[in-house]
Design a protein around this ligand. Structure first.
Ligand SMILES: [Zn+2]
Ligand SMILES: [Zn+2]
Length: 54
C-alpha cells in the first residue's frame, strides 16, 4: 500500500497526508516560544523555558 504524505513537519521528520494531521502534530509535539521562536517537544518544556527566561 503506497503512502503519499505530502505534509511534512518542518521541525521533525514526521509527515502527514492531511494539513489537519500536520497541524495537530505541530500543536501537540512542537510548542513554539513566542519570545525567541525556539521550539520545544511539549508544553512542559516550553513552560520550563518560559519560566527560566523570566
Ligand atoms: Zn514535527
Ligand atoms: Zn524563548
Amino acid at each position: 500500500m503506497p503512502t503519499t504524505k505530502n505534509y511534512a513537519c518542518k521541525t521533525c521528520d514526521f509527515s502527514f497526508d492531511s494539513p489537519s494531521g500536520l497541524g495537530q502534530h505541530v500543536a501537540i509535539a512542537h510548542q513554539e516560544c513566542g519570545v525567541c521562536g525556539e521550539t520545544f517537544e511539549g508544553v512542559d518544556e516550553l513552560d520550563e523555558h518560559t519560566q527560566n527566561s523570566r
